[in-house]
Design a protein around this ligand. Structure first.
Ligand code: PLP
Length: 449
């Protein structure tokens, strides 16, 4: 049996209040409570996101740019979604591009960037990344005669080898593609340093923040990255992708697009008709996170001051003393609370997993280095394939994932690809200590069989 009693209890979030907002969390499977440890594959959504999507279809279902009410409502809804994502990422609204998912947006942007590439140029990708931030660059490199350089990892803790990454850059490097956090082993990369190195070499930095987004605050302004992509379905929203691009790049690069589509950014990067009902869920999902920071579900104080009266410039501009909107400040507080709660869960699950015989954890396991990882764990148990483990857990209502989750270069590098990859356990803020214990007991029992 795993020992978990020394772990810190969750304190930062009011889980009862939070979980009541997610209808799917109340399901049962084979009379077991459904335990969603599959967040890295996609998170559950709060009722307000479901309502926003269905209200849009109920009342405003229309295309954009029409001279009538529902079309105008649709335009306003998309503008609100863009403003919400601008607060979420800390950029301007015209630097936010929507698309079906991160992979599609990255392929589209890689093709536009590819117009500026020539034989002899170089691109750097990493072994730690999800293939969505690798294959698009391999494809454009092949097309344009560009050399691809791979940044390696430290196999013992699944961290990026930063010295190797730096060594792979030179004056020919035109783009560095790196992840914010690994969707397989949870490692958080030093993204600001990666961007700095890329810029020092004169290259663009393209960051995949899909896995990081549910766990940590993203600040593209502070990172100074050129592009950053994420997907709202990984942070409690609908199935959509979002791409931040610095305004100068979005204006300079030429998108592949149909002629009648505007040349104005960001719309020139959005092709055809988007999934409007899902876009309608985006502001709701960002507001859900912001509300955690406003005190609904979080027990942390709201630090930002938003003066309402007088001649205070901040009050009239709607910005606080740090130049942030109220929503941005609330999102920052929410992520402090999320981080604190997830840290408690990480400590608890690590303590328990380390007591299970024949179980190996991949990635960072030293508690002193937990700040360098998310609560996303890749494990294997001797004599059980990851699929067997996931299936047995699934029968008990515990949802995990098996395989490579498209972090193919990592599973190949660690030589687990041919034997089924890893079992992935992904915790997000709506998970509880009880759910962690349920998993630990189940894994412990399965490991004995
Ligand atoms: C780290 C990471 N990057 C990229 C992707 C691809 O995202 P999308 O499904 O939005 O294309 C995923 C999806 O699992 C992911 O985990």
């Amino acid at each position: 049996m795993p020992t978990t009693e020394t772990a810190t209890p969750a304190a930062a979030l009011d889980l009862t209040h939070i979980r009541a907002q997610f209808p799917s969390l109340a399901q049962t499977v084979n009379s077991h409570p459904a335990t969603f440890l599959d967040g890295p594959g996609g998170t559950q959504v709060p009722q307000r996101v479901i309502d926003a999507i269905s209200n849009y279809l109920d009342r405003d279902n229309a295309n954009t740019g029409g001279a009538y009410a529902t079309s105008r409502h649709t335009d306003a809804m998309i503008a609100a979604a863009r403003a919400a994502m601008a607060d979420f990422l800390h950029c301007a609204a015209d630097e936010v591009v929507f698309g079906p998912n991160m992979t599609t947006l990255t392929y589209a942007m890689s093709r536009a960037i590819g117009r500026e590439l020539k034989p002899g140029d170089e691109i750097v990708v990493t072994r730690l990344d999800h293939d969505a931030n690798v294959s698009p660059w391999l494809a454009i490199a092949e097309e344009k005669g560009v050399t691809v350089r791979w940044a390696e990892i430290h196999e013992e803790d699944c961290t990026l080898d930063m010295a190797d990454l730096a060594a792979k850059m030179n004056s020919k490097t035109k783009l560095v593609a790196a992840g914010y956090a690994s969707n397989a082993v949870g490692t958080i990369n030093p993204v600001k340093e990666i961007v700095r190195l890329a810029h020092a070499a004169g290259a663009l930095a393209y960051i995949d923040a899909v896995h990081y987004a549910p766990h940590g605050l993203i600040d593209v302004t502070a990172l100074d990255c050129d592009f950053l992509a994420c997907s709202t379905y990984k942070f409690f929203g609908p199935h959509m992708g979002v791409l931040f691009g610095k305004r100068a790049h979005l204006q300079r690069l030429r998108p592949y697009k149909v002629r009648p589509n505007t040349n104005a950014i960001p719309n020139c990067w959005e092709w055809g008709t988007l999934n409007h009902e899902c876009l309608a869920g985006i502001a709701a999902c960002v507001e859900y996170i912001a509300d955690l920071g406003r005190g609904s579900g979080s027990r942390l104080p709201h630090p930002a001051r938003f003066s309402k009266g007088g001649n205070d410039a901040a009050a009239t501009s709607g910005l606080n003393e740090g130049g942030e909107t109220e929503r941005r400040a609330a999102i920052a507080v929410a992520y402090q609370a999320i981080h604190e709660h997830e840290r408690g869960l990480l400590e608890r699950i690590m303590l328990g997993l380390k007591t299970i015989p024949r179980l190996k954890i991949y990635g960072i396991t030293d508690p002193a280095r937990y700040a360098e990882r998310c609560p996303t764990l890749a494990v294997r148990i001797e004599n059980h394939t990851p699929l067997e483990l996931a299936t047995q857990l699934g029968d008990r209502g515990i949802f995990t994932w098996d395989g490579n989750y498209y972090a193919l270069n990592l599973t190949e590098k660690l030589d687990v690809e041919k034997s089924g990859g890893f079992l992935r356990i992904g915790l997000v803020h709506y998970n509880t200590a009880e759910e962690v214990d349920r998993l630990l007991i189940a894994l412990s029992e399965i490991s004995e069989t």
